[in-house]
Each structure stands twice: as C-alpha cells, then as structure tokens.
Write a protein that binds this ligand. Structure first.
Ligand code: MN
Length: 283
C-alpha cells in the first residue's frame, strides 16, 4: 500500500494511492492520524487493501507530510563510503561507529513544497536518503527482528545548511532549519518493497543528475541502524529515520542551492518528491 495524507477541497485526509489516483480512506480510518494508522496497520491493512471508494486524481490534490506528528526524526551521518570520503575531504572527522543526530520535527516539509534558503545561510545543500517509518513501539531490536518494526518507506531530502553544521556538536542546528525536511510523497508499506537494501536512488538539481546510487552502498544497513538505535531508545510508531546519503552532494564542489533551483528526488518503488528553493524573504 501507498499511504498518503492529502488535502482536497479544504480538508486533509488519509488515502491510499492507486495508480495516478488517491482513494479517500476516511470510511475505513475515520479520524485516526497517520501515526495511529501506522500503529494499527496490522489490524487495518486488510480493510484498507479491500476498500474501494471515492478517489481523486493525484494531480488534483495537495500531498501533505505523510506522517506529520512523529515523535522523532533521526538521521545518520556519513553512512555511504563514497560520501564519507567527500565529507572527510571537507574536514569532517569520519566516525568509527554509527553517528546519529536529530533533525527537529519542525523542519518536516511536504513532498512538493518549497525549501527555504535561510537569510542566515549561504551553504544550503541537498541529501537524498531512504527514509524509514517505524511501525511498532520497540526497544532492543536485533538485526534479525529489525525489518518487522518497519511500517514502510519514503524519500527524505536531508537538506543541510553546511555553514551551520559545526555550530553544534551533532549537527542539529545545521540540519533543522524550517522546511529542510521534505519527506514523501507517501509511505510505501514494507510488503511492497522486495529488498530495501538494494534500491536505486537519484537526485537531480535543475535537471542535472547529482546523486545516483543504490542503498546497497550503505556502511551500516537499515537493520544495523535499528538494532543500534534501539540499544539506546524506544522507537515509536511514526518515528522517521533517515538512513544516510550517498556521494554527490554539492559541498565538496563548493556548489550550494540558490533560490530558483529545482530539486527532484526518486527512489525505486517509492515515487518522487520535488521542490523549488525559495529565498527566506519570499517564503
Ligand atoms: Mn544526511
């Protein structure tokens, strides 16, 4: 299933995407939030799959942040070998274990909404990442169990203000400007993805292919990530985990995003998200 939040005729609802339409799931899920739907997915999924009701062309609705009220938005740094090397060349020390930081949930952004270039940053950069949406409250999850706590996947653009990364030890400020967490376009449930460890991912800026990799290039794969994180903390339904970006970011070339730039991001099986960069004063 592809679970979306969409706004049509002034009201925001949960739907399932089928082809180029979104089916309004209100008769099935009522007023549950996406976080609640995710938490209850095992019980709801048969009814959601079977449901046939009112649908709207995707082109006629606004797609919203798929899960808009997560408790956590965690991200791992330097988790693709070639990207770690480009980070090292930029003066960042390569960690010897998984390096986690927070993106504040307030930076979440809808899949086709503009990304703001802040007045106070001249080094805004993109990072395509496979995003996980956690489906179960869990702690001390083994690598072998890890897939069972994943509800689904979405694309994340871990937009980064490179000049703000050094301002806090774990990057949080440089990773958390408002609008710097585009996610979506919807949650593709785990049963639709044969192997999340081998998905093609591509990011274009103004039509130029900048990042082109597969998730099999991760240093710590998504199951290792869940095992490591849950050594420390309880993960909750709806939590979002950004699993690292491959090489091809702008920083090593000294190229940063400017107002008017168009980004497009695609991950195999998950669809596409896209956005235009706008200056803060015009947001
Ligand atoms: Mn990242």
């Amino acid at each position: 299933m592809k679970l979306a939040r969409f706004t049509q005729n002034g009201s925001t609802r949960i739907g399932k995407v089928v082809g180029d339409h979104v089916v309004d799931l209100t008769p099935v899920v009522g007023d549950l939030s996406m976080r609640q739907v995710i938490a209850d997915l095992a019980a709801l999924s048969a009814a959601i799959k079977a449901f046939e009701g009112t649908s709207y062309p995707l082109s006629s609705v606004r797609l919203e942040i798929p899960v808009d009220d997560p408790q956590k938005f965690l991200a791992i740094g330097m988790n693709y070998a070639k990207h770690a090397e480009e980070a090292r060349q930029a003066g960042i020390t390569i960690p010897t274990s998984q390096m986690w930081f927070n993106k504040q949930v307030s930076c979440l952004n809808a899949p086709f909404d503009p990304v703001v270039k802040p007045k106070d940053s001249d080094k805004v950069d993109y990072e395509i990442e496979l995003g996980l949406v956690i489906g179960k409250q869990c702690r001390h999850v083994t690598r072998e169990q890890a897939r069972s706590v994943i509800a689904g996947y979405m694309i994340v653009n871990d937009v980064s203000a490179r000049d703000w990364l050094p301002k806090s030890p774990t990057f949080t400020l440089g990773k958390s400007f408002d609008t710097h967490g585009p996610v979506g376009p919807w949650i593709t449930t785990d049963d639709e993805i044969a192997d999340p460890l081998d998905l093609e991912m591509k990011l274009w800026v103004n039509g130029e292919l900048r990042q082109n990799a597969r998730t099999n290039d991760m240093i710590y794969d998504i199951y290792d990530q869940i095992a490591y994180l849950t050594t420390v903390m309880t993960l909750m339904p709806g939590d979002i985990i950004a699993t690292g970006t491959p090489s091809g970011i702008g920083a090593p070339k000294g190229i940063f995003l400017q107002p008017g730039d168009d980004m497009r991001l695609s991950i195999q099986g998950l669809g596409e998200i896209a956005c235009t960069v706008v200056a803060e004063d015009h947001a």
